[in-house]
Structure formats: C-alpha cells, structure tokens
Design a protein around this ligand. Sequence first.
Ligand code: ZN
Length: 432
Amino acid sequence: MDRTLLATSPGADTLVEHAPAPGRGACRFCSAPLRHTFVDLGMSPLCESYLRPDQINNMEPFYPLHVYVCDVCFLVQLQEYVGREEIFTEYAYFSSYSQSWLAHARRYTETMIEELGLTGASRVIEVASNDGYLLQYFVERGIPALGIEPAVNVAKAAIAKGVPTLTKFFGRETARELVAQDQAADLLIGNNVLAQVHDINDFVAGMKIALAPSGVITMEFPHLMKLVAENQFDTIYHEHFSYFSLLSASRIFAAHGLTIYDVDELDTHGGSLRVYACHSEDPLRPITPRVDTLRQFEIAAGLEDLNYYSDFAERVRDTKHKLLDLLIAVKRAGKSIAGYGAPGKGNTLLNYCGIRTDFLDYTVDRNPYKHGRFLPGTHIPIYAPERIAETRPDYVLILPWNVRDEIMEQLAYIREWGGQFVIPIPEARVVS
Ligand SMILES: [Zn+2]
C-alpha cells in the first residue's frame, strides 16, 4: 500500500534523510548544523491547544514534528517552530490532577528534606513549578520555597494554595535577580522542564548562577533510552524541544560548570532519570558508581553512534500500523471505542496515526479545564469521566499509558458490560 494513504497530514511518513536542508537549523547546545533525522511525525497542531466550541471551524496552525539528532553532541531535538510565549503562557496541564504524580512528589520531598538536612533556614526553588503540586509539601514542612512558573493560569493556582510563585521564564536574567535578592537555592528543582527549554545554554547557565555554593540541583526528565526502547514516540511534541540521555545531559551541565554526581532511574513518564548535580568545584559530592554504570550502559547501547538513532523511525511507523490494524478490526466488528485522557502525548499519537471521531467517539479527562473542549487537530470532544459509565463503550483507549494501572483501576467497572482496554504503546494491545 502507498504509505502516504495512511499518513495523516502532509509530510508524515515520508523520507527526509536525503531531502534538501532548508529549515533544519543548528543544534541548540553546540550549534553544529542538524543533518540527521531521528523521526518525522509529520505536521501536528500544538498539543496543548484544546479548542473551544467557537473555535472548531477556524483554521488551525500545524507545525512540523520533525526531530533531529546532532551528529556532534548527540542531542536529540526539535527546532523551535513556535515561540515559547505562544506555548507556555496559558497552559492546560495541571500537575495536581494525577494522583500518582502527587504521591511521587511527596515521596521526593520527604527524601530530600532528610538527605540534605533542609530546615526553616534553607531555600528550595523549583523551576516550572506548575500549580505547586510539589512545593506545597515543602511549605507544609515549614521550608521556604519559591516557584518559578511562566504560565499565568497554573501559577495562580499555586499561589492560591500558599506556594509563593514568580510568573517568569527562567534563565540567566531571572537567576541573577534571585541572587541579588539573596535567594540562591540550597535545593534547585526542575521536573520535566529541561526538555521544554529552547535556549538550553541560557537555562543551565541560570541554574549555575541560582545555586548556592554547596547547593544541589535535581532534575527529572524522560530518558531517551526508554523512549527508543519502548517506542514512546508520542512523548514527542512541540513543547518538548530536547530529548536527553545521561550522556547528553552531563555534557550540557559540564559546559556550564555543573557536575551530575548521582542519578536515579524512575518509572515516571514511561521511564525518567532524576539527576543530581552540584557545582563542579564542590568537593563534597563525589561522582557515584551509579553515574558511571549508566554512562557505560548508554555507550554500550549505542547512544554515541548515529545508527542507534536512525533505526528508530522505522519502528515508529510499524507501531502506527499495528495500532491502526487493531482499531480498524474493532470498528469492522461494529464495536465502539472511547478514549481516556487528553494528554499532550495523546494528541501526538492521534494526529500522527490519523485517529479521529471515525474511531474514537470521544475522550474523557479529569481536568475540568478540558471539558467541553476538543482535541487539537483531531477535534475529538472531551467530556468528564462519568461519560464512560453513561455510554458503556466496548473499548477504552488509554492515552496516558504511563499511568495505565491507575486508570484501569479507576475504570475497573467497564468490565461489568464486557468493556476492555486498549493500550497503544509500546505496541497496541487489548487488556481485559
Ligand atoms: Zn550538538
């Protein structure tokens, strides 16, 4: 079959490795020209731009989801096709809507307070603090905390729950302002923000400035090795400019005088790393064996070799075809399918695979912000979760597959009418 028949939008699934080079740009870390495609998911709308009913007949901007790998520093990256103000000033993602993420945040808080001996005289700063989902636990324990969050609507939610929050983007300039106000951080946190930074050199240089002399940085980001190993191509979206390995993150930190001295492998977001960094001149924190082990593991897996990256695109196409095979078979059998969740990753998946209301009648989400709106690009309507019990769909496609266990538990009742779950990633499968 002509592959373009399955493509959802111009450019999807077409080979671009040898295409001319206009618009490819340069590596955001080392400035080398970008010459190698990691994966091309075609054209897609911004994944957090949920549509109100009055917007449904308007034109929608679509941007390329074409990811490159730098052949000098191996940073996997998307160019900035859209300005950060357009993406991040009004943001639909409220961290507090995921129970498992809140539990993760609470555990982290307790561990760090103990390990670093944080007290009422310490200062914790979180960059991209969202709705205060994490800092609230430091505030509860009487530890001074400050959030930095550019999205006005989520920052307001944080302030409302008692978490002091600056509505700003973070970089050298903001870091210097903090230091000038004697607010250097003993613990500087950035969870799932490093990927969302366009000017990564300005951001990491800002971390260096804002960190107290013996302070610690912890950052969590999805691990590129997991993305590749488990076909998590739907975690690629315009808001995520960079995709990190320990090797590429260490390289960037080192260039700015910061050393990653420890690392945890986490299950969150499909497999993340939490790195611990300090000033490179800090003598108190030697590099742990865990860092060396994971570095060697990444090197052995081929992360410093271009072939590792070029194999990925074919597997992504295969994953798409398998999911469509499954959904087509379900529809041919006359069954109904609803979605669960309206996460950013769902929008990448649905747009890339061309799954619209011809497959999914609707999707549901716990976030009231999204109710009555429509998914970008595919225009699938979003309802409150109760809709599932009302319409009793035969299948529920779980879009935030990273929290599938939590969702299957919440929706255990669909088994009453013989309902089943479809998990799209790493490979489409039905779970009874
Ligand atoms: Zn580079």
